[in-house]
Design a protein around this ligand. Structure first.
Ligand SMILES: [Zn+2]
Length: 400
C-alpha cells in the first residue's frame, strides 16, 4: 500500500501522473489576445502535466568575486522578466532546490505596476513606466495621450555618451523592448516601431523580429539602412561570434524566438555578447534585457513553459552578476512590468525540484512585482514604490 501521508510518495505520484491527462482543445481566448502568440494545441482545460513541473536539470548559482563597488554605477544592466511575479520567483527557487542567481541580489523592493488608465497594466504601459518614468495609457509605447513622445532612459543614456543596447527573447519590436526605443500610439505598430530603431544610435540589439525590418509592407529593407549607418547585421548569434564592436544588430528569428527548450541558451549568450560589446565604451552603458516569454507561458497557464522561462532568465542574470562583481561599476536590476497568471503554488518540494501551480487568471494582474538590485546604488531599490521610480532611480544614479 502507498502511504499518501508521505509527501515524497504523493510527489512521486504527481510526477508519474504528469502527461497522462492531455486534453487537446483549441483555446478561443488566445485567438482574442493578439499580444500573446498562440500555441499549437493550446489547452482550454489545464491537465496535471500543465499545472505541475518537475525540474530534472538543476544548476548551481554562479560564484561571485568579493565585490568592491564604486559609489555610483557607470553601467546599468536592467532585466525585465515579462509577467514575473513573486510567486514565479518562489516557484523557480523551489524547483531549483533553493538556489537561484537572484539569491545574490540582497537589495529587494516592490514595484506597483498600475498604468495611467488601468489598475492592471499591459506590457506597453508597464515597459513605458520603467523606461521613461511616466505612466501612459495601456497600449502606448513611450507616448503620452496627446501624442507627445517621451524620452526613455535608453535615449537619455545615449545623449549622455553611454553605449546602449536591447535584448529580448521575443520580437525586438515587441512592447517591452519597444518602450525603450520607439514612440508610437499603439504597441501593434511593429513596422513603425522597427523604423524607430533607425532614429536612434543604439549600439547593439539582439532578438527576433527580422520580418519587421526586412519583410515589410512598405517594401523598405531596414537592414540596408542599418548597414548604411555602419551596423554589422547578423542573422544568428553564432554568426556574430567573431564580432565584438558596436554598432551591431543580431536577428535571431524572423518573428518571435522559439520557447526556451528550442531556443537553447540564447539569452545567456546574448547577455554575454551585449556585455562584451557595450563594456568597451569608456563612458559606460545601459542595456535592457527581457525574458519575454514568462508572460506568454503565464497567459497560457502552462507551468513547465513558465518555469523553463524563469530559470532561463535567472541563468542570464548569473552572467550579468559575474560581470558586475568583477567590474564594480555596474548596477544589475531584475524586475518585471506586471504579474501574469495570478499564480499560486499549491504544493512543491525543494528536494525533488517539484511544483504544483494554480492560476487565477489567463491575463495580467495588479499585484506588486519584485525588484532585485546588486551593485553600486542597489540600496536605492529597497521598499515599495511606483514602477516609474525605477526610471528616476537609474536616472539619478547615472547623474543625468
Ligand atoms: Zn502579457
Amino acid at each position: 500500500m502507498l502511504n499518501l501521508k508521505n509527501i515524497d510518495t504523493k510527489i512521486v505520484l504527481k510526477v508519474l501522473f504528469t502527461g497522462l491527462l492531455m486534453l487537446d482543445v483549441t483555446n478561443a481566448w488566445a485567438q482574442n489576445n493578439p499580444a500573446v502568440p498562440q500555441m499549437a494545441g493550446q489547452k482550454m482545460f489545464q491537465s496535471d502535466s500543465q499545472l505541475t513541473y518537475f525540474n530534472q536539470d538543476r544548476y548551481e548559482m554562479v560564484e561571485l568575486a568579493s565585490p568592491e563597488f564604486a559609489e555610483a554605477p557607470k553601467n546599468v544592466i536592467l532585466f525585465i522578466g515579462d509577467g514575473l511575479g513573486v510567486t514565479h520567483v518562489s516557484a523557480a527557487l523551489t524547483v531549483n532546490g533553493g538556489q537561484l542567481n537572484l539569491n545574490h541580489m540582497k537589495h529587494i523592493g516592490f514595484s506597483q505596476t498600475q498604468s495611467k488608465d488601468r489598475y492592471v497594466t499591459d506590457s506597453a504601459a508597464g515597459g513605458t513606466a520603467i523606461a521613461t518614468g511616466q505612466r501612459v495609457n495601456n497600449g502606448a509605447i513611450a507616448m503620452d495621450a496627446s501624442g507627445e513622445p517621451i524620452p526613455s532612459i535608453l535615449h537619455i543614456s545615449e545623449q549622455n555618451g553611454k553605449a546602449t543596447g536591447l535584448v529580448a527573447t521575443s520580437d525586438i519590436a515587441h512592447a517591452t523592448p519597444a518602450s525603450f526605443i520607439a514612440h508610437q500610439p499603439s504597441r501593434s505598430m511593429y513596422e513603425e516601431i522597427a523604423a524607430d530603431f533607425l532614429k536612434t544610435d543604439i549600439d547593439l540589439f539582439i532578438g527576433g523580429g527580422l520580418n519587421n525590418f526586412a519583410n515589410r509592407s512598405d517594401g523598405v529593407d531596414l537592414t540596408l539602412a542599418l548597414k548604411e549607418k555602419g551596423y554589422q547585421v547578423f542573422y544568428s548569434l553564432e554568426e556574430s561570434a567573431c564580432a565584438s564592436k558596436a554598432p551591431m544588430a543580431v536577428f535571431t528569428a524572423p518573428g518571435h524566438n522559439p520557447e526556451y527548450d528550442e531556443r537553447g541558451n540564447m539569452l545567456e549568450l546574448a547577455t554575454k555578447k551585449a556585455i562584451e560589446v557595450l563594456s568597451k565604451d569608456e563612458n559606460g552603458f545601459f542595456v535592457m534585457i527581457e525574458g519575454s516569454q514568462i508572460d506568454w507561458a503565464s497567459h497560457h497557464n502552462i507551468t513547465p513553459y513558465l518555469l523553463g522561462e524563469v530559470l532561463d532568465l535567472d541563468k542570464a542574470v548569473g552572467v550579468a552578476l559575474e560581470f558586475a562583481a568583477q567590474n564594480g561599476e555596474t548596477l544589475v536590476i531584475v524586475t518585471s512590468d506586471h504579474e501574469t497568471g495570478g499564480l499560486a503554488l499549491h504544493d512543491g518540494s525543494y528536494e525533488h525540484g517539484f511544483i504544483e501551480a494554480r492560476y487565477s487568471s489567463d491575463n495580467h494582474t495588479g499585484v506588486m512585482v519584485p525588484v532585485f538590485a546588486y551593485g553600486p546604488g542597489a540600496e536605492l531599490f529597497l521598499g515599495i514604490y511606483d514602477n516609474t521610480d525605477i526610471f528616476h532611480k537609474i536616472h539619478s544614479l547615472f547623474g543625468f
